[in-house]
Design a protein around this ligand. Structure first.
Ligand SMILES: Nc1ncnc2c1ncn2[C@@H]1O[C@H](COP(=O)(O)OP(=O)(O)OP(=O)(O)O)[C@@H](O)[C@H]1O
Length: 262
């Protein structure tokens, strides 16, 4: 399998009033085409910086970022993005919010086709019947569902998500995990998910990468050897519990707290 995302020895520092703040130092990471990579790590270690580099919103000080065999040096239309706070436009209906990327990257696509594509996705995530609503008429979980549809409506090469479920309550979050797995089964895409939730990383990921504390590098990689058809209850199985313990221990090591009990 070829690697769709390749991060090679990436270094990056922000210039601050107090001097340079090194955030990434020698980060290597590869995500094969079609895989779902979950990235976890201590707070402030540089996870969002990584997403900005992959999306081409920033260039690294040193090292290389490759996407689909091309070196990334500017923002790309082949990347879909979803964030913790779905930025949906209130003056547009849900359907017209989902269609937005098609207006930009597929401007010659007839409106009828755009609408059909958006409706197909909205149905997949359980939002049929809400096409004509405004974002403020939907719950947080529903808005996030619409935002996921918008992120993949133009069939991007890669979907980058930065804590997309972070602001949701537990039950809604678990519903969204299942929606995400269903979407992937219906429309395979390569994904990189930043999360603070280890259960989420294991449930959604094909692999989980633990970043070290700032300046971040890849500290640990776990292959998630679970069936594609994953009931939520799999998270309560003993071998999955062991995986979560290992990841928790790795986070403690990253935080420099590995000697602590518990
Ligand atoms: N534009 C910027 N200028 C200066 N410092 C920045 C900038 N963006 C981020 N930082 C700093 O760089 C570090 C890494 O930030 P980043 O947002 O990448 O971390 P993160 O791992 O996503 O954080 P969190 O887990 O809290 O969401 C943080 O200390 C942050 O304060």
């Amino acid at each position: 399998m070829t690697d769709l995302i390749e991060i090679k020895d990436v270094h990056h520092a922000y210039q601050t009033k107090a001097g340079p703040l090194p955030v990434l130092a020698g980060l290597d990471l590869a995500v094969p085409e079609g895989e779902f990579c979950a990235v976890v790590g201590p707070s402030g270690c540089g996870k969002s910086t990584l997403t900005r580099l992959i999306a081409g919103l920033m260039r690294p000080d040193k090292g290389e970022v490759w996407l689909h065999g091309e070196r990334v040096s500017s923002p790309r239309q082949t990347v879909g993005m979803a964030f913790q706070n779905p930025v949906l436009l209130e003056w547009r209906t849900i359907l017209d919010n989902v269609i937005l990327p098609l207006e930009i990257v597929a401007s010659d696509m007839p409106r009828k086709k755009r609408v059909a594509r958006a409706e197909e996705l909205l149905e997949m995530v359980g939002l049929s019947g809400f096409e004509g609503k405004r974002p403020s008429e939907l719950s947080g979980g529903m808005r996030q569902r619409a935002s996921l549809c918008r992120a993949i409506v133009h069939k991007p090469d890669v979907l980058i998500m930065d804590e997309p479920f972070g602001a949701l309550d537990n039950f809604t979050r678990e519903d969204l995990w299942q929606t995400m797995r269903n979407l992937r089964a219906a429309e395979p895409f390569t994904a990189l998910l930043i999360t603070h939730d280890l259960r989420e990383s294991v449930y959604l990921g094909d692999e989980v990468i633990v970043l070290s504390d700032r300046p971040a590098r890849t500290q640990y990689v776990m292959d998630i050897d679970l069936p594609d058809d994953r009931p939520l209850a799999i998270l309560f199985e003993p071998h999955v519990g062991d995986m979560l313990h290992t990841l928790r221990d790795q986070i403690k090591i990253a935080q420099g707290r590995d000697g602590e009990a518990g």
